[in-house]
Write a protein that binds this ligand. Structure first.
Ligand SMILES: NC(=O)c1ccc[n+]([C@@H]2O[C@H](COP(=O)([O-])OP(=O)(O)OC[C@H]3O[C@@H](n4cnc5c(N)ncnc54)[C@H](O)[C@@H]3O)[C@@H](O)[C@H]2O)c1
Length: 267
């Protein structure tokens, strides 16, 4: 793994917590330089200071709201000023969204698209000229298992993540010959603060496990990085057994409906 990342420059959004922070810590440990963008300036600065204590000079903080085009551009510009290159862009910032469809306002769909999808696109547009100039790079977009499987009660979230998966996969082939790589990260549950207030699901994997899987998959230039293994296998089976997928997702919808009725939440 070290040979992929040592001495390389990576930009990570949503870097003050969860998988984004985990990626930055591990990348710095592997000898990479990380530019960490997050809207939460206080936590961001504290985490950058912590990484720099262990790996002096390997992390730079840049308070960034990824829903603001100028701020994403400035994040990329700052990285180039700092190190001259952007080898990796991890478009990781995003938030969840699970609600019965009739509780979703149009505004909820819009704000979820702003954060989960438009920010990814803005990141891609901001970094492409740099990667072209330097002769290549690798863009890693965080989608979700919800970006490749249609989950009931998650239509808005799924729509944003399907869009992320689609763009990453199309550009992978469009820009392959320019040496610009695309990988799409599709995790199932990972134990992070994304569950804000809800209990973390029993099957959630740790941030550390998620990060190892992501960085190894990127190192192998995988198209879709789907994990954990059990969900990857289920997703693979869905490709060949659509009637099985139909039954599982119908069952899930009924369980979620009952959970909303009895507990006011989906699990
Ligand atoms: N945790 C999971 O189970 C899971 C599963 C599938 C996909 N994902 C995806 O993984 C990514 C990371 O999720 P996580 O679970 O680590 O989340 P998290 O909530 O632990 O961390 C998200 C980080 O993004 C930052 N952020 C929020 N809005 C921002 C904005 N406008 N600009 C910049 N930063 C912003 C937050 O401050 C926070 O530091 C997301 O895209 C999420 O949709 C998570």
């Amino acid at each position: 793994m070290r040979e992929t990342y040592e001495g390389k420059v990576a930009v990570v959004t949503g870097a003050a917590d969860g998988m984004g922070l985990g990626l930055c810590r591990r990348l710095a440990e592997l000898g990479a330089y990380v530019v960490m963008g997050d809207i939460n300036g206080e936590k961001l600065n504290a985490e950058v200071a912590r990484i720099n204590q262990e790996h002096p000079g390997h992390a730079l903080a840049r308070v960034t709201d990824v829903t603001k085009k100028d701020q994403i551009r400035s994040l990329i510009r700052k990285t180039v000023e700092w190190k001259g290159f952007v080898h990796f862009l991890f478009n990781n910032a995003g938030m969840g969204g699970t609600l019965p469809v009739d509780q979703l306002e149009l505004e909820d769909w819009r704000s979820l698209f702003e954060l989960n999808f438009w920010s990814v696109l803005q990141g891609i547009y901001a970094v492409l000229p740099i990667m072209r100039m330097q002769g290549g790079g690798h863009i890693v977009n965080t989608s979700s298992i919800a970006g490749i499987v249609p989950l009931p009660y998650q239509e808005a979230y799924c729509a944003t993540k399907y869009a992320v998966s689609a763009v990453g996969q199309c550009l992978r082939y469009e820009l392959w010959d320019e040496n610009i790589r695309f990988s799409t990260v599709c995790p199932s549950n990972v134990a992070t603060s994304i569950f804000s207030g809800l209990p973390v699901p029993d099957d959630a994997v740790s941030v550390e496990e998620a990060v190892e899987t992501i960085l190894a998959g990127v190192g192998r230039n995988e198209n879709l990085i789907v994990f954990p293994e059990a969900d990857r296998k289920r997703w693979e089976r869905f490709q060949t057994a659509p009637e099985e997928q139909e039954q599982i997702l119908l069952g899930m919808a009924r369980v979620r409906k009952e959970n909303y009725r009895t507990k006011g939440r989906y699990f």
